[in-house]
Write a protein of this length. Sequence first.
Length: 216
Amino acid sequence: MDEIKLIEQYELYIYKIARKFYNVEVSDLFQAGCIGLIKAHRKYDENGGANFMTYAYKYIFGEMYELTNKSKDIKVNKEYLKILKELELAKVELTQKLNKVPTLTEICLYAEIDESLANEVIMLTSQMISLDDEYKTLNGELPIKECIGKEENYVDQILVNQSIETLDPLEQSVIDYRYFHDLTQSETADILGISQVKVSRVETASKKKIKEYIAS
């Protein structure tokens, strides 16, 4: 089949997969997906028994993942983070029940999660962030593990980082000075040129937003 016609035939399928990724231009994801589709078509053996769309998926997704993984500003769908939490919980429970580390297949069966979806979630989150990654503050960078509350959960670290980015500039500044530079409310007020009372109000509101973002 002509490659142009091939792309036209599976165009909607490529865009559907592209919606799994965030903070990368859709046009760039589509181009990456087209490359994956063409690679799959060239390697596909019709006599192998596998459905072509099923076969092509890993190539399309793989090319998009490689592109996304090169991005410096990767966002993760919150629904994926929820699934990751479920997988982590299932792994802990199964480890206790089986007295061994369970396989991904066992975890997925236990959690009733599709294994292909689990693989996607793991691929997309495994390199998003670590406790030694840094959150950019106004005057430098600080490891995420030093973030508000010093939460040690991997998934919550991603959510905390994302939640801070949703705050407005003043809120980010207050959180930055209070929690990343360990300044008092009075010191923060002097730097920002506002009252200590306003710093207190902004800080309280910002913390509430962060908690609501994580809980939602």
